[in-house]
Design a protein around this ligand. Structure first.
Ligand SMILES: [Zn+2]
Length: 311
C-alpha cells in the first residue's frame, strides 16, 4: 500500500504567469529631505543590442564594459523609472512611461498604473504630471487605449519647445519614425491641451521643484531639481540613458539624440554640477529604482547606486 508522506506532498510545477510579472520591478519608496518620493515602474523596454544604441562605439568596447559590470551584452537594460513626489499635499508625477502601446512597448511595459496602485497612489489624485521630454517612452502613458487621459485631474508641465516640436503635424511626412513619434505625441499631449503649463529654465513652478534646461537628447529636454532640507535631487530624464556606460564615457552620443554634441555638453555640465553640489541623481532608464550618486573618476565619472534604506 503506497502512502504519501504528510511532509512531502507531491509538488506539481505549472507555468505561472505571475513569475514573468514579478521579474519586472514594481515600486520603491524613499525620501528626498522631507519629501516622500516613490519610483513606480512602467516596466522595462525591449532590450536592443547595445551596439545599436551607441552606433559610434565599437561592439567589442561596449561588450567589454558590460561584461566587467556583470551585465548582459545582448541587450541594454532600459527601465522606465517614473517618480512621484508628495509635495505640499500634492502628488507630482515625473514622466509616465510608454503606456499601453505595443509597437515599441511589449508585454513587459505599460505597468505604471498598476504599480502606482500597488504603492497606494491613485491616478486621479495626481495633480501635476511633469515631462522631461515628449519621446514615446516618457509621454505615451498619458492616455489609455481609447485616448482618454489617465490622469484626469492633473495639470501637465513641459517646455514649450518640446511641445511645439512634437505636436507639429508637418513633420509627419519626414520619415516613418517621425510619423510614429509625432502622431503618438499628439495623441498623448493634446487631450491635456487646456491644462498645459510651459516651464522654462530656472522656474520654481511647483514648491521645491525647479526646471533646468537640458536640451540635446531632445530639442526642449528639461531636467528638474528637487530641494528639501539639506538634500537635493536631480531628475536627469534622458541626459544619460545608461549608468553602466555613460558615466565612464560621458562623451558618447546616443542613437536617438536630437543633437549629440549638445547632449554631451549638457551631460557633462549636469554631471559636474551633481559632483560639486553632491546631488542625488534619479535616472529614468537606469537599473531600478534608478536612484544614486556620482563621483569624479579621472576625466570622467562613476555612478554609485544608493543603498536601499528604510526610514
Ligand atoms: Zn527615454
Amino acid at each position: 500500500m503506497s502512502q504519501t508522506h504528510p511532509y512531502n506532498p507531491p509538488i506539481i510545477l505549472e507555468p505561472d504567469p505571475q513569475r514573468r510579472q514579478n521579474r519586472i520591478p514594481g515600486w520603491y519608496r524613499f525620501y528626498i529631505g522631507d519629501i516622500e518620493a516613490t519610483i513606480a515602474s512602467d516596466g522595462r523596454l525591449r532590450p536592443d543590442p547595445p551596439e545599436a544604441q551607441f552606433p559610434q562605439v565599437g561592439k567589442e568596447t561596449l561588450h567589454a564594459i558590460l561584461r566587467r559590470q556583470h551585465l548582459p551584452t545582448d541587450g541594454l537594460i532600459m527601465e522606465q523609472n517614473c517618480l512621484v513626489l508628495r509635495v505640499d499635499g500634492r502628488l507630482v508625477l515625473f514622466d509616465v512611461g510608454i503606456g499601453q502601446d505595443r509597437t515599441i512597448g511589449s508585454d513587459e511595459t505599460g505597468r505604471l498604473l498598476d504599480n502606482l496602485a500597488a504603492a497606494s497612489i491613485a491616478a486621479g489624485d495626481i495633480s501635476a504630471v511633469v515631462l522631461t521630454h515628449a519621446h514615446c517612452d516618457h509621454c505615451w502613458g498619458l492616455v489609455d487605449e481609447s485616448g482618454l487621459p489617465n490622469f484626469p485631474n492633473a495639470e501637465l508641465f513641459l517646455s514649450q519647445a518640446e511641445f511645439d516640436f512634437w505636436t507639429d503635424e508637418t513633420k509627419i511626412s519626414q520619415s516613418e519614425t517621425m510619423s510614429l513619434f509625432i502622431k503618438g505625441a499628439r495623441n498623448s499631449l493634446l487631450p491635456y491641451r487646456d491644462r498645459i503649463r510651459f516651464v522654462s529654465d530656472g522656474d520654481e513652478f511647483l514648491p521645491s521643484v525647479t526646471a533646468i534646461a537640458s536640451a540635446g537628447h531632445s530639442i526642449g529636454h528639461m531636467s528638474y531639481l528637487i530641494a528639501s532640507g539639506t538634500e537635493r535631487a536631480l531628475i536627469l530624464g534622458d541626459v544619460a540613458h545608461s549608468s553602466a556606460l555613460l558615466f565612464e564615457n560621458p562623451d558618447w552620443g546616443f542613437l536617438f539624440d536630437y543633437d549629440d554634441k549638445q547632449a554631451v555638453t549638457t551631460r557633462r555640465r549636469l554631471f559636474e554640477r551633481a559632483v560639486v553640489e553632491d546631488l542625488i541623481l534619479i535616472g529614468y532608464h537606469f537599473q531600478f529604482p534608478g536612484v544614486g550618486h556620482i563621483r569624479r573618476e579621472r576625466d570622467a565619472f562613476d555612478y554609485i547606486p544608493a543603498p536601499i534604506l528604510h526610514r
